[in-house]
Design a protein around this ligand. Structure first.
Ligand SMILES: Cc1cc2nc3c(=O)[nH]c(=O)nc-3n(C[C@H](O)[C@H](O)[C@H](O)COP(=O)(O)OP(=O)(O)OC[C@H]3O[C@@H](n4cnc5c(N)ncnc54)[C@H](O)[C@@H]3O)c2cc1C
Length: 455
C-alpha cells in the first residue's frame, strides 16, 4: 500500500473543500484545490455556489471549529461588518406559538452573508504556503491504477495525487465515477420535503426593534416559514420558505404579503416598512439527501468524499457548513491513524458527525404529514417532547438554552432530556394543564393548536 503523503487534491473549493484543504495542509507536503469557478475578487456570489445568494447562518459549533482552524477569523469577519450576536439572547426563535426566552447563553457568534464567510475562509486558505488553488478548472474524472485512485482528470489535463477528496457539493459525480470503476453505488437516503425558498434583501434600521436573528420555522399545518438575519452593510437578508406547494411569490408586494401569513408577524412588520435592496432569488430544494458511503464494503484507496457530497440537509436548519467543519476534523483524525482503512475510518467518523444534524432535520421534517419517511415511535416521542420543551422555553431560560445548545450541535440531542431540563418541561406542561392530552402516540402536538391555546 502506498504510504506517501506528497500530494492531496481536493475537488471543489467551497466551504467543505477549503476546510478539508486546511486539515490536509498539515498532513501532506502539497495540497491542490481544483475549483470549477473563477473566484470573485471579494465577498461576491459565484455560479458554483448558487445557494450563497440565500440566507446562511453559521451554527455556534461550526464557528468554533472554523476559528480553531483559522485563529482570528471571527475578528476579521466582525471587522468586515459581520454582526455580533449571542444566538439565544439576540435571536427571536418562534416555536410552538411563541418566541423562546432570550437570555445570554454564551453561544457567541455572528451573522454574515455566505459570500463574506466563504471569502474570509478562502483568504485564510490562500495564506497556507503549501496549498495551491487551481481555478476555472473542472474535474472530469478519477485517475486509477493498481486498484486505487491515483489522481484526477481535469479539463486541463491529469493531476496525480496520493489522496483525492471530493468536496464538489450536492451534485458530486462520485457515485457515477465509482460505478464506472466497478464499485457498488452507495445507498442514498432521500427525504422529500418539496421546499421552495425565495430571498430578498432589505435595508436594516438597527432601531427597528427586531433582533439580528429572526427564525420562524414552518409548522406542520401552515408549511410556511421565514428566516431574517442582519448582515454586513446594514442589511437584512430575508428568506421565505414553503413546503409542498407553498412557495413565496417573488414580486415584492406578494413577498411581503406572504410574510404576513407566517406563524409570527415579526418579519412582516419589519419588511413592510424597509427599503428593498435586491431582486428576488428563488430556488427549490426537493429533498434532503444522504449517501451512505460508510456502508460500502469495498471502496478504492486514495479517495474520500466530504461535505454536501455526502449529505445535504434541509437548509432551514443551517447545518451544512457546520457539518463540513466537523467532517474536516474527522478527516484529520482518520489520516493521523494511518493509511490502512482510511476510507472506512473516515466515512464511519463522518457518518457519526452527520447522524445528529440529520436526525434533527429529518425528525423535524417528519412532523409534516406530507414528508415521506419512516416514523418510528422514537421520532414521534422526540417530536412530542421537543414541542413541550419549546412551550416551556417560552419562559424558561434553562429550557431555551438547552434547545439552542442542541440546535447548534454543541450538545447531543439526549441532553434535552436530562433531569434538570425534563422536570422543567414537565412543570411547564402541568402548569398549562396539558398533561391530560399528553399522549405522544397520538402524534406530535400541532403548532396551530398550541398557538390557539397560548393566545
Ligand atoms: C438555500 C440553502 C441555504 C443554506 N443555508 C445554510 C445555512 O444557513 N447554514 C449552513 O451552514 N449551511 C447552509 N446551506 C448548506 C451550505 O451551503 C453547504 O452545506 C456548504 O456550502 C458546504 O457545501 P460544500 O462545500 O460541500 O458544497 P458547495 O458549497 O455546493 O460547493 C461545491 C464546490 O465544488 C465546485 N465544483 C463542483 N463540481 C466541480 C468539479 N467537477 N470540479 C471542480 N469543482 C467543482 C463548485 O463550483 C463549488 O465551489 C444552505 C444550502 C442551501 C441550498
Amino acid at each position: 500500500m502506498k504510504q506517501t503523503r506528497n500530494h492531496a487534491v481536493v475537488i471543489g473549493g467551497s466551504m467543505a473543500g477549503m476546510l478539508a484543504a486546511r486539515v490536509l495542509a498539515e498532513r501532506f507536503e502539497r495540497v491542490t484545490i481544483v475549483e470549477r469557478d473563477r473566484y470573485p475578487e471579494g465577498a461576491e456570489n459565484r455560479r458554483g455556489v448558487p445557494q450563497g445568494r440565500h440566507t446562511h447562518g453559521l451554527l455556534a459549533s461550526g464557528r468554533e471549529i472554523i476559528e480553531r482552524l483559522f485563529p482570528g477569523i471571527s475578528v476579521s469577519l466582525l471587522e468586515a461588518g459581520a454582526v455580533p450576536c449571542d444566538v439565544c439572547r439576540d435571536g427571536y426563535w418562534f416555536q410552538q406559538g411563541g418566541p423562546l426566552a432570550r437570555v445570554a447563553s454564551g453561544l457567541d457568534g455572528f451573522v454574515a452573508s455566505r459570500p463574506l464567510i466563504e471569502a474570509a475562509v478562502r483568504e485564510r486558505v490562500r495564506r497556507l504556503e503549501n496549498v495551491r488553488v487551481v481555478e476555472d478548472c473542472a474535474v472530469e474524472g478519477l485517475l486509477t491504477g493498481e486498484g486505487r485512485v491515483t489522481g484526477v482528470r481535469t479539463a486541463r489535463g491529469p493531476m496525480e495525487a496520493d489522496l483525492v477528496v471530493d468536496a464538489s457539493g450536492r451534485g458530486s459525480r462520485a457515485p457515477g465515477w465509482l460505478s464506472e470503476l466497478g464499485y457498488e453505488k452507495a445507498e442514498e437516503e432521500r427525504v422529500e420535503i418539496a421546499l421552495a425558498y425565495t430571498t430578498r434583501w432589505f435595508r436594516r434600521d438597527p432601531d427597528c426593534g427586531a433582533p439580528p436573528i429572526v427564525v420562524i420555522p414552518p409548522t406542520p399545518d401552515g408549511k410556511r416559514g421565514g428566516v431574517m438575519l442582519a448582515q454586513e452593510g446594514g442589511r437584512w437578508t430575508v428568506t421565505l420558505i414553503g413546503h409542498f406547494g407553498h412557495a413565496a411569490p417573488e414580486e415584492l408586494d406578494g413577498f411581503i404579503d406572504y410574510s404576513g401569513t407566517l406563524p409570527s408577524s415579526l418579519i412582516h412588520d419589519v419588511i413592510r416598512q424597509a427599503e428593498p435592496l435586491s431582486e428576488p432569488m428563488s430556488a427549490r430544494f426537493p429533498a434532503s439527501v444522504r449517501r451512505r458511503y460508510e456502508r460500502l464494503t469495498r471502496f478504492p484507496e486514495g479517495f474520500l468524499v466530504a461535505g454536501d457530497a455526502v449529505c445535504s440537509f434541509n437548509p432551514a436548519y443551517g447545518q451544512g457548513m457546520t457539518a463540513a467543519a466537523f467532517q474536516a476534523l474527522e478527516l484529520g483524525m482518520a489520516i493521523d491513524a494511518g493509511w490502512g482503512g482510511l476510507a472506512r475510518r473516515f466515512f464511519a467518523g463522518a457518518a457519526k458527525v452527520v447522524d445528529i444534524p440529520w436526525s434533527i432535520a429529518v425528525g423535524n421534517d417528519l412532523r409534516m404529514p406530507e414528508t415521506v419517511g419512516p416514523r418510528p415511535a422514537t421520532v414521534r416521542f422526540i417530536n412530542w417532547y421537543v414541542a413541550k420543551l419549546h412551550v416551556a422555553a417560552h419562559r424558561d431560560a434553562v429550557c431555551s438554552t438547552a434547545f439552542h445548545r442542541v440546535a447548534n450541535l454543541l450538545e447531543p440531542p439526549p441532553s434535552i432530556m436530562k433531569p434538570a431540563v425534563a422536570w422543567r418541561v414537565l412543570r411547564a406542561s402541568l402548569r398549562r394543564g396539558e398533561e391530560a392530552q399528553g399522549n405522544f402516540f397520538a402524534g406530535s402536538v400541532s403548532s396551530a393548536s398550541s398557538m390557539r391555546s397560548s393566545t
